[in-house]
Design a protein around this ligand. Structure first.
Ligand SMILES: NC(=O)c1ccc[n+]([C@@H]2O[C@H](COP(=O)([O-])OP(=O)(O)OC[C@H]3O[C@@H](n4cnc5c(N)ncnc54)[C@H](O)[C@@H]3O)[C@@H](O)[C@H]2O)c1
Length: 324
């Protein structure tokens, strides 16, 4: 049985606690959070767990092979450094860090320590996204033409929509396309607070004329979670706001298909993968390569936003080149 620690037990961290309770191969043994009320709530629902406000306490515990970090994004880097220094396998929630250079530093440290580092790129563990990946790799949709991703909601707490929502879609694109884009361009708007984007549109061009567009908006009163993958034979539509029939296959002419898919929560799939990688000493799907790609694209998006939406080319070092 694998012993795990959890650092950060707010809204999302609590989901980890509940999810891991249903996985027999591993157990969360200790929870660390800075907030006393959070720790009281943890004790109330899970009295057997150890709790602490000091992450060094948790990291000293040799019974813990791995640590899950679910604190706010600006704290991920320093907490992950502490965990890797202590040779713990680490699963860091999205976004793994808030810059490409910090993510690269974590990878270098994990390589030096020969330790597992995995990003919580949840959508890559979503059973319907995994099905889409199968359709794409088996060319069931035909030659890909475009992918459109839409993620909207009315956020209670303002945080940059790029790092909060759009990062999910960037990781979906990485997983489905599995190629480097030629260029990336992005435009954003801040309506409520300077410097915090509420709305963003990202365009990406890939080799073989594949076009990708991501729209994320946290000032939209309706929740949308849609991914459209269009090939020259079929168009697949994932609507993640639906309970049933999340996936629709539309031919250009002919009958619509509604594949029936297994209903496993993506967080369960993600946690099981982390545990499996610890047990078998194997490389996680959302490990170094995936983290590097996603964070490089995030970096190019930020550069484009700072440069009036101009194209940033993937292969140029630092992406410091535009079409003008
Ligand atoms: N994958 C998803 O779909 C998804 C959904 C929601 C949130 N998240 C991610 O999960 C993370 C947490 O988000 P949340 O909504 O739960 O935030 P939250 O604010 O509800 O919870 C964060 C918790 O971390 C604690 N904390 C802060 N700094 C700490 C530190 N240095 N040491 C220990 N504890 C600390 C806070 O007290 C709080 O309880 C973020 O990275 C967020 O992007 C992912």
């Amino acid at each position: 049985m694998i012993g795990l620690g959890l650092i950060g037990c707010g809204n999302w961290g609590f989901n980890y606690l509940n999810t891991l309770n249903s996985i027999p191969e591993a157990k969360i043994l200790t929870v660390c959070d800075l907030n006393d009320d959070v720790l009281k709530k943890v004790k109330q629902f899970h009295p057997h767990l150890k709790t602490t406000k000091d992450c060094q306490d948790l990291l000293k515990d040799d019974e813990l092979s791995g640590v899950i970090i679910a604190t706010p994004p600006h704290t991920h880097f320093s907490i992950a450094v502490n965990c890797l220094e202590r040779n713990k396998a680490v699963l860091v929630e999205k976004p793994i860090t808030l810059s490409y250079s910090e993510a690269a530093e974590l990878i270098t440290l994990a390589q030096k320590k020969n330790t597992l580092l995995m990003a919580g790129h949840l959508m890559e563990y979503h059973p319907v996204v995994m099905k889409l990946h199968e359709y794409v790799s088996q060319e069931i949709l035909g030659k890909l033409r475009y992918i459109l991703l839409d993620r909207t909601s009315l956020a209670r707490i303002r945080s940059d929509v790029l790092w909060d929502l759009a990062v999910h879609d960037v990781s979906i694109v990485r997983y489905l396309v599995n190629k480097n884009p030629v260029w990336v361009a992005a435009q954003g708007k801040s309506f409520l607070q300077d410097g915090i984007h509420d709305l963003i549109t990202i365009s990406m061009e890939f080799p073989d004329d594949l076009y990708v567009q991501i729209h994320a908006n946290s000032l939209y009163p309706q929740k949308k979670r849609q991914t459209v993958v269009a090939g020259n034979k079929l168009v697949a539509i994932l609507d993640d706001t639906r309970d049933d029939f999340k996936l629709t296959l539309l031919p250009y002419n002919g009958d619509i298909t509604l594949p029936n898919l297994e209903k496993i929560p993506p967080l369960t799939v993600q946690c099981k993968h982390f545990i499996h990688c610890i047990q078998s000493d194997s490389v996680p799907r959302t490990g170094f390569g995936d983290i590097t790609w996603v964070m490089k694209v995030m970096d190019l998006i930020e550069q484009s936003l700072l440069n009036n939406g101009s194209r940033r080319y993937f292969t140029k070092p630092g992406g410091d080149h535009d079409e003008n």
